[in-house]
Design a protein around this ligand. Structure first.
Ligand code: ADP
Length: 154
């Protein structure tokens, strides 16, 4: 099964929405395989947001990401990368569809509650960046037999 990286951002922590975010992903049938609270240091943010380093909003984004610790997670499931991105909604929370995390709880482009990997390749890199191998826990999720058809679980 595919793994994806998810970060509950400082606004989610401050607003008490980490539980709601976890609940959404759990209720969807995804499996939580790693989780920890982390303070985002300069180095890890420069790597994580390397694609934004020349954008005018980059310094503000970086500052925002350091206001409060964040909660890093790895979630597993069939096509987990795409499924989680769909659950998050588009970057601009004001335009995100109702029913999505950003659409239901956000009003901002910057403070958009959650980060989720945008491709399988990025997910692999991000998981390696934020977690040691021993911090990721493989286990059987018993309910999976009722979440997927047998062929979908292969
Ligand atoms: P996403 O998080 O949806 O994958 P990006 O990778 O483009 O989006 O941007 C990373 C983060 O940078 C966004 O989630 C948001 O917090 C911030 N950001 C992106 N675009 C803007 C913008 N135009 N103004 C302010 N902050 C932005």
């Amino acid at each position: 099964m595919e793994k994806t990286f998810v970060l509950a951002k400082p606004d989610a922590v401050q607003r008490g929405l980490v539980g709601e975010i976890v609940k959404r992903l759990e209720s969807k049938g995804l499996k939580l395989v790693a989780a920890k609270m982390i303070k985002l240091e300069d180095k890890i943010l420069d790597e994580h947001y390397a694609h934004l380093k020349d954008k005018p909003f980059f310094p503000a984004t970086k500052k925002f990401m350091q206001t409060t610790p964040a909660v890093a997670m790895v979630w597993e499931g069939k096509e987990a990368v795409e499924v989680v991105r769909t659950l998050c909604g588009v970057t601009n929370s004001r335009k995100a569809a109702p029913g999505t995390i950003r659409g239901d709880w956000g009003q901002s482009i910057q403070a958009n509650l959650v980060h989720a990997s945008d491709s399988l390749e990025t997910a692999e890199k991000e998981i390696r960046r934020f977690f040691k191998k021993e911090e990721i826990f493989p286990y059987a999720l018993k309910k999976e037999e009722f979440i997927y058809s047998p062929d979908e679980r292969e």
